[in-house]
Design a protein around this ligand. Structure first.
Ligand code: IMP
Length: 211
């Protein structure tokens, strides 16, 4: 049994990515949790020095929990392409460079994976909930699908326009944001967190989480 998060508590969101913040805030809405952003507390963004999603998620959540003395939630996620043996993976943000040019990052995926090869790809999200006493819990979610070219749609962020989940006709770049928020890799990781540490929401669920 994971350690529960008390209703009504303050929770630091240890992420500086605006796209992820919108999704995680939406997911947390039904619980009476006061979400504080790491940036609002002036917390520095730690360097992601680990080579796994779980390692980086833990590093970010523990740094925020220690600095704020509040429970902290982080997400480490990425886009993994079969033909590239899982790349860009933990380096998904870095492939876009300092100017966060995701058009260039998507072009690199297309160029390196090649038109003729396998199209399989997935998004992964690992959420880490860490407490100031050093305790932490990890929750993982994954969505399988395929990459396509050219990218489609202007919604979402990052690699969204080049990824279509299995069973969907639209890419994440075309999909209604609420639908993506409710079914994404982050939603799945969040579902595990709900089952482990949050329980039934006091306000009723506004976002339907899928497994
Ligand atoms: P990090 O977890 O902050 O290291 O960054 C994860 C990176 O993975 C983001 O900057 C995006 O490039 C990519 N990524 C993660 N989740 C998504 C998503 O839902 N859509 C598109 N790209 C994503």
């Amino acid at each position: 049994m994971a350690r529960p998060l008390d209703p009504g508590c303050r929770l630091v969101l240890a992420s500086h990515n605006p796209g992820k913040l919108v999704e995680i805030r939406k997911l947390l809405e039904p619980w009476d949790i006061h979400v504080v952003l790491a940036s609002e507390l002036g917390l520095p963004e730690p360097e992601e020095t680990e080579t796994t999603f779980t390692g980086n998620a833990r590093l970010k959540a523990q740094a925020a929990a220690e600095a704020s003395q509040l429970p902290a939630l982080s997400d480490d996620s990425g886009f993994c392409v079969d033909a590239l043996h899982g790349a860009p993976g933990v380096y998904s943000a870095r492939w876009a460079g300092p100017t966060k040019n995701f058009r260039a990052a998507m072009e690199r995926v297309h160029a390196e994976a090649g038109e003729g090869g396998p199209r399989g790809a997935h998004f992964v999200s690992v959420l880490c909930l860490a407490w100031p006493d050093g305790h932490y819990e990890l929750f993982e979610g994954k969505v399988e699908g395929e990459w396509l070219w050219p990218p489609r749609g202007t919604r979402g962020f990052g690699y969204d326009p080049m990824f279509r989940p299995h069973g969907e006709t639209e890419t994440y770049g075309e999909m209604d944001p609420l639908r993506k928020t409710a079914t994404s890799h982050r939603a799945r990781a969040f579902g595990a967190l709900v089952r482990g540490s949050l329980g039934v929401p006091p306000k009723g669920e506004s976002v339907v989480l899928s497994d």
